[in-house]
Design a protein around this ligand. Structure first.
Ligand code: EUG
Length: 532
C-alpha cells in the first residue's frame, strides 16, 4: 500500500497515475511497492523504526523537458506533490527521499544528454541525468582538452550536485559547482519553461556569461522548490599543462592558526586548488594508544601534552597538501612561494615535495594516479571509507580559521560524549575545505540497518548539533530532509525573514504547493497551515 500524499485519497491518486502513464508511457511510471522502495533513503535514519518515514508514493521518469512539463501540469490538476532528483545519489543527505511523505519522485535519470561541450570556450551544457562519469567519458571519447571538476562519488550528477551546494577539487571557481554554472533551463511550478542568463535571449548562448540582465534568480533552484532544472551550463577548466602537489607539515597543534592564514591567502590569490588538511598525529591516523589514553583522561589532554607526544613520536601535528594547476613554471614557482611564506612564519615547518604531472596523461597513468578526483577523473573510491550501513552528515559552516576548528571539536565532541556516540571529533580533526571562503565541520554519524536505538540517538545528536551550532552563529550547508526545517529555522535573522520571503515567493509561483514541498525548509501555504 502506497504512502499517499496528504489529503489525497487512493482514487484520486490512481487517476493521477493514469494521467502520468498517458503522458510519458506506462513503463516510466513506477508504483509497485518494490519499485517505490528503491527511492527510500539508502542511508535511512529511520531504519529499525519506521523505515517508510519520508517515503515516496510513486516515481515517474520523463525523457524530455516536454514530458516534465506534462507531469507538472498533471500534478497541479490533482494537487500531487513532486520531488525531482537527478541521479538520486545524495547519500548522507537524504538520497532520493522527499521532504514530504507521499511525494511523487520525478526521476530525471533518462534525461542524460550532454547537449554541448565547447573546447574553445570551456563550457558544458548538460541535462540532469548526466553523471560525472558520463560527462568525463563524453569529453575523453572526443579528445577534448577540457577538465571536469568532480566530487568524490563519480556517479553523481553535475546538475544535482550543483543544486545541493556540491563541490570538487580544483580551483575555487570550478570546484564551487553552483558557482561555476552559467545559466539554466527550468520547468516552473505552473509548467512553463524558463531559461536564465543568455539563454533568455532567443538564439542566445548559454555557457559563457552567467548573468544576462535583471535579478539573478538561478539561486532559487538551489536546494529549493521553485522548479525542475532540465538543463544547466557549467564553466570548465581548460586542461592545464601541469599538476603539482606538495605537503606542508607543522609541529605544534597551535601552529594550525598561522598555517590556516597562509593557506587562506594562497587560496584567495587563486594559486591553489582544494587544500587538504590532515594530521600525522591524529585525525585519520588517530588510533595511537598513547593518544587515546591522553584523550580519555577527565578533562582531556592539554596542547603541551599533545605536542610532547607528537614530538616523542617524531610526527607533526598538522599537514596540508597544496595542489597547483597550470604551466609547469608557475606551479613550481607557486609552491616555492608557499614554502617561503610558511617557513618564514612557522618554526619547524617541513616541506615534502611532490612530482610534476603533465597533461594530457595516458589512461594507464591516470589509473595509477594517487588522487584521481584532484585531476578531474571521476571514480568511486570514497566508498572504501564509508561504513556499510551508511552515515548521516552533519555539516556546519564555520569561519575559515583554526580557532573555529578548535571550538567545533569542543562543542560537537561534548554532544557525542553526552549521547554515548563515542569520543567524536579528536583534537586533530580538521575541517572540510572544498567550499570557497568557509570551513565546514563535517561529522558523519554512523547509522545501522538494524539498531533503531542507535539511529534514534543519532537523530537526537544531530538535532543537538544544529542547536549548538546556531548558538555559535553557525548554520549547515546541506542536510537530510528530516532536519531541513530545524536548520532553516536557525537562519532566523529578523524574525526568519529569509524563510518568510521564500514562502511569499513560493505561494505566488506555486499556489498549489506541488513543487518539492519542504525542500530547503520552505513549505507552501496549505502545508504551513497544517503544520501550525
Ligand atoms: C564528504 C564531503 C562532503 C560532505 C560530506 C562528506 C566526504 C566524506 C563535500 O562535501 O558534505 C568523506
Amino acid at each position: 500500500m502506497a504512502t499517499l500524499p496528504p489529503g489525497i485519497n487512493d482514487q484520486t491518486f490512481q487517476a493521477a497515475l493514469n494521467e502520468f502513464r498517458n503522458a510519458i508511457g506506462a513503463d516510466w511510471v513506477f508504483s509497485s511497492d518494490e519499485d517505490v522502495a528503491l527511492y527510500r533513503d539508502a542511508y535511512n535514519p529511520f531504519w529499525g523504526e519506521d523505515e517508510r518515514t519520508l517515503e515516496a508514493s510513486a516515481a515517474v521518469a520523463p525523457d524530455t523537458t516536454e514530458e516534465v512539463q506534462a507531469i507538472v501540469r498533471i500534478a497541479n490538476q490533482y494537487q500531487i506533490p513532486l520531488y525531482p532528483i537527478s541521479t538520486g545519489k545524495n547519500l548522507g543527505y537524504g538520497g532520493s527521499s522527499p521532504n514530504l511523505s507521499g511525494s511523487v519522485v520525478v526521476d530525471l535519470k533518462r534525461m542524460n544528454r550532454v547537449i554541448e561541450v565547447s573546447e574553445d570556450k570551456n563550457y558544458a551544457i548538460v541535462e540532469p541525468g548526466v553523471s560525472y562519469f558520463d560527462l568525463y567519458n563524453y569529453i575523453q571519447e572526443r579528445g577534448l582538452r577540457v577538465w571536469i571538476d568532480c566530487p568524490d562519488p563519480g556517479w553523481g550528477s553535475p546538475v544535482g550536485n550543483a543544486l545541493d551546494h556540491g563541490v570538487g577539487y580544483t580551483y575555487n571557481r570550478y570546484r564551487d559547482h553552483f558557482g561555476s554554472h552559467a545559466g539554466l533551463e527550468a520547468v516552473l511550478p505552473n509548467g512553463e519553461v524558463m531559461r536564465t542568463g543568455m539563454g533568455a535571449i532567443p538564439g542566445g548562448e548559454m555557457g559563457n556569461y552567467r548573468y544576462g540582465f535583471g535579478p539573478e534568480i538561478d539561486g532559487l533552484f538551489v536546494q529549493g522548490n521553485f522548479g525542475i532544472v532540465t538543463k544547466m551550463a557549467f564553466h570548465l577548466m581548460p586542461e592545464p599543462e601541469a599538476y603539482y602537489s606538495g605537503r606542508v607539515i607543522v609541529p605544534r597543534r597551535q601552529d594550525l592558526i598561522p598555517l590556516v592564514k597562509h593557506v587562506n591567502n594562497l587560496e584567495d590569490l587563486g594559486l591553489i586548488g582544494q587544500p587538504e588538511y590532515g594530521s600525522p598525529a591524529g585525525g585519520f591516523g588517530g588510533n595511537n594508544p598513547e593518544l587515546q589514553e591522553l584523550l580519555a583522561r577527565p578533562g582531556g589532554a592539554t596542547d603541551a601534552e599533545l605536542d610532547a607526544l607528537a614530538a616523542r613520536r617524531g610526527v607533526g601535528s598538522w599537514s596540508v597538501n597544496l595542489q597547483f594547476y597550470g604551466p609547469e613554471e608557475s606551479v613550481l614557482a607557486n609552491w616555492a612561494f608557499a614554502r617561503r611564506k610558511i617557513a618564514e612564519d612557522i618554526e619547524g615547518a617541513q616541506f615534502e615535495p611532490g612530482q610534476v604531472y603533465r597533461f594530457p596523461m595516458s589512461d594507464e597513468d591516470k589509473r595509477t594516479f594517487p588522487h584521481r578526483v584532484a585531476i578531474g577523473v571521476p571514480n568511486m573510491e570514497i566508498f572504501r571509507i564509508v561504513p556499510q550501513d551508511g552515515l548521516l552528515y552533519f555539516s556546519a559552516l564555520v569561519p575559515r580559521s583554526a580557532e573555529a576548528i578548535f571550538r567545533g571539536q569542543q562543542v560537537f565532541g561534548e554532544i557525542y560524549r553526552e549521547m554515548g556516540l563515542g569520543p567524536g571529533p579528536n583534537p586533530y580533526q580538521g575541517a572540510a575545505t572544498w567550499h570557497p571562503r568557509t570551513f565546514i565541520l563535517i561529522n558523519g554519524f554512523p547509522l545501522s540497518r538494524t539498531d533503531g536505538d542507535l539511529n534514534a540517538r543519532v537523530r537526537q545528536a544531530f538535532r543537538m548539533c544544529i542547536d549548538a551550532a546556531a548558538e555559535e552563529g553557525w548554520g549547515e550547508y546541506r542536510a537530510p530532509p528530516a532536519f531541513a526545517d530545524q536548520i532553516m529555522n536557525a537562519y532566523s535573522f529578523n524574525g526568519n525573514v529569509l524563510r518568510r520571503f521564500c514562502e511569499d515567493l513560493k505561494d505566488s509561483v506555486d499556489p498549489n504547493g506541488i513543487m518539492a514541498p519542504g525542500r530547503g525548509g520552505i513549505w507552501p501555504r496549505r502545508l504551513r497551515e497544517e503544520q501550525a
